[in-house]
Ligand binder design. Structure first.
Ligand code: NAP
Length: 246
């Protein structure tokens, strides 16, 4: 259980991040529900946590902005005294074939998915090092392992997240801080809601379990990695994908 722990979940206003915020709060953590543009949705997540007897707050921060991430981490430390769990979940897609992909589409996806996780880890690590404890969980994707046509930018960002996770795990292990990644396959959220029926059918055909996963499937894995029970697991990439990539 996570009583007395403070957690930050980036991109927690919707989808997988929302489910992670609810799961960590259910386990007893105080959850900072980060969002970028969806303030009302983030407030609704906080309300849902409070209705269930948990504690949370909404916090606007664009993770692609380093200064804003520094303020997020310092504000939470200022009010809570510590950050025990950081979940870098915020992510976006700007899909296109390589020859049509603009430099801006490349930069904006890398800026949010990869650099966003760098910013929060960079600023939180100094506090976790002093505490000599912490859990960092980064949202990767099976696409970062296997690649995907039309997602060169997204795949590069998620492969980067995996490399950064393993490097940080090696740097921080001796101070009791674990750093792991979770790699979802196809999960039912707004992100996959954009896919055409044809793409959905093709995707389902590649999943041994035959169906898309739910945000809660990913949240359960994150809840485990954030717990005391996962204390000897670091630098790993846990696939939550119905067997899609193995
Ligand atoms: P989603 O439904 O589109 O939600 C994305 C979340 O990220 C929203 O809460 C959004 O907040 C937030 N966000 C986006 N840009 C942000 C920024 N610059 N700063 C702070 N927050 C930001 O996506 P999802 O499907 O839940 O995906 C969550 C994570 O899982 C992503 O990293 C994604 O790459 C990964 N993933 C998803 C799947 C899948 O099948 N769905 C598969 C593999 C990996 P606002 O709405 O407030 O902007």
């Amino acid at each position: 259980m996570l009583e007395g722990k403070t957690a930050i979940v980036t991109g927690a206003s919707r989808g997988i991040g929302r489910a992670i915020a609810l799961e960590l709060a259910k386990k007893g953590a105080y959850v900072v529900v980060n969002y970028n543009g969806s303030g009302e949705a983030a407030d609704e997540v906080v309300k849902a946590i409070e209705t269930a007897g948990g504690q949370a707050e909404a916090y606007q921060c664009n993770v692609a902005d380093g200064k804003a991430c520094e303020k997020l981490i310092n504000d939470v430390i200022g009010r809570r005294g510590k950050i025990d769990i950081l979940v870098n979940n915020a992510g976006i897609t700007r899909d296109n074939l390589l020859m049509r992909m603009s430099e801006e589409d490349f930069d904006v996806v890398l800026g949010t998915n990869l650099k966003g996780a760098f910013h929060t880890m960079h600023f939180v690590s100094r506090y976790m090092l002093k505490q000599r404890s912490g859990r960092i969980i980064n949202m990767a994707s099976v696409v970062g392992v296997a690649g995907n046509a039309g997602q060169a930018n997204y795949a590069a960002s998620k492969a980067g997240v995996i490399g950064m996770t393993k490097s940080a795990a090696k740097e921080l292990a001796s101070r009791g801080i674990t750093v792991n990644a979770v790699a979802p396959g196809f999960i039912e959220t707004d992100m996959t809601g954009k896919l055409s029926d044809k793409v959905r059918d093709q995707a389902s055909a590649q999943i041994p379990m035959g169906a898309f996963g739910k945000p809660e499937d990913v949240a359960k894995a994150v809840g485990f990695l954030a717990s005391e029970d996962a204390g000897y697991i670091t630098g790993q990439v846990i696939h939550v994908d119905g067997g899609m990539v193995m």
